[in-house]
Ligand binder design. Structure first.
Ligand code: WQD
Length: 340
């Protein structure tokens, strides 16, 4: 049974990916420093998969700890690297915290796991900025990031591409996520925002459950059909499955190149107001929202051309907006009744 290391495996996307790797027959090792997640997720993963997954509390910025871990785990054939800071606003206020953590972590992994390794990197559609053409393809130009967070994703992709170019034993796939939302069907794992959620859907669910006030729609004067901004929202379980597909493609090693990039979205755009309506419809819960000013750094609209992923990763998003909203709501209710 192939053994896959999941860094950031107690986090939102990481934990859902642990489940899908388990379901696909992989053995999983989780490495996390718990800086933005909760160790109780391990118990939740046990309840979902019936297994206690091997867990190591390590900060990837600690090069000696990562080196020792790699020396003790030479049977790891693949790495899915989620562990990074990812709050756009915080990255603007604390750029060095973001550059240090996100780059030291990546570089320590690459220098420590220097034998044959399949490496899946958690990237983001944020690298495209506001695309000139929609839907956006992987060939679209990468634009100057709006934030240090986005810059760390762009530069990390360059680090991986340039390293892979001179390291035949390193096989890399970078997955450019669109907007991950929703939760596992069991409602036992989901998004655990630290403090006031910056992202739309966790704010919606917290507002709906009474933990936050009304939702502010950041602008309804954009050049879009209903004036609110458009994103490509993808269910986190579909996103998790794309990581399993990426590992499988790397194992098959038929790409003819050892660095590839794939868009991971639904290919469909939804506006903020459409998300609000979809949540109300799928949960039967009325939302209280108001229109506010645009948020600095936001782009108007983006959604992905996902043909390359559908064809070459043999992966396609299946879960619709209704399931995204329903599962997000079920998770919010679960975490209220069972606080970590
Ligand atoms: C979505 C839309 C907001 C909150 C960012 C990162 C991306 C990824 C996901 C980490 C926008 C609007 C939001 C609110 C609102 N990050 N909104 N009221 O900014 O598209 O993407 O998070 O993995 O890399 O760039 O996601 O959920 O913050 O915003 O109107 O209270 O909802 O303006 O149009 P975003 P988001």
């Amino acid at each position: 049974m192939a053994k896959i290391l999941v860094t950031g495996g107690t986090g939102y996307i990481g934990s859902h990916t642990v489940v899908e790797l388990h379901n696909a027959g992989y053995e999983v090792v989780i490495l996390d420093n718990l800086s933005n997640s909760n160790i109780k997720i391990l118990t939740q993963l046990h309840e979902i998969t019936g297994k206690w997954h091997d867990f190591h509390e390590i900060d990837l910025q600690d090069d000696k700890a990562v080196q020792e871990f790699a020396e003790n785990h030479t049977d790891i054939s693949g790495i899915i690297h989620f562990a990074a800071y990812k709050a756009v606003g915080e990255s603007v206020e604390q750029p060095l915290k973001y550059y240090k953590n996100n780059f030291y972590s990546l570089i320590n992994l690459l220098t420590s796991f220097n034998k044959k390794i399949n490496f899946v990197f958690s990237s983001s559609c944020t690298v495209y900025g506001q695309p000139d053409t929609l839907p956006v393809t992987e060939a679209a130009p990468v634009k100057k990031a709006e934030s240090p967070y986005g810059n760390t994703k762009q530069i990390a992709e360059e680090i991986l591409e340039e390293t892979a170019a001179v390291t035949p034993d390193l096989n890399v796939i970078a997955l450019r996520y669109f907007n991950p939302v929703g939760a596992h069907e069991t409602a036992l794992i989901g998004e655990l925002p630290n403090g006031i959620p910056a992202n739309l859907v966790p704010f919606i669910t917290q507002s709906a459950i009474g933990k936050r006030g009304p939702i502010t729609v950041y602008g309804d004067d954009y050049d879009t059909p209903d004036g609110s901004a458009i994103r490509d929202y993808i269910h986190v379980v579909d996103l998790a499955k794309a990581h399993v597909a990426a590992i499988k493609r790397l194992e098959e090693n038929k790409a003819g190149t050892n660095y590839e990039v794939f868009n991971v979205g639904t290919g469909k755009g939804s506006s903020v107001l459409e998300i609000i309506a979809a949540f109300e419809k799928s949960t039967g819960t009325k939302l209280d929202y108001k229109i506010g000013p645009r948020r600095a750094g936001d782009i108007i609209q983006i959604f992905g051309d996902v043909r390359k992923s559908n064809e070459e990763l043999d992966w396609k998003a299946n879960l619709d907006l209704n399931e995204m909203m329903r599962s997000a709501w079920e998770w919010e209710k679960y975490i209220k009744a069972n606080p970590f």
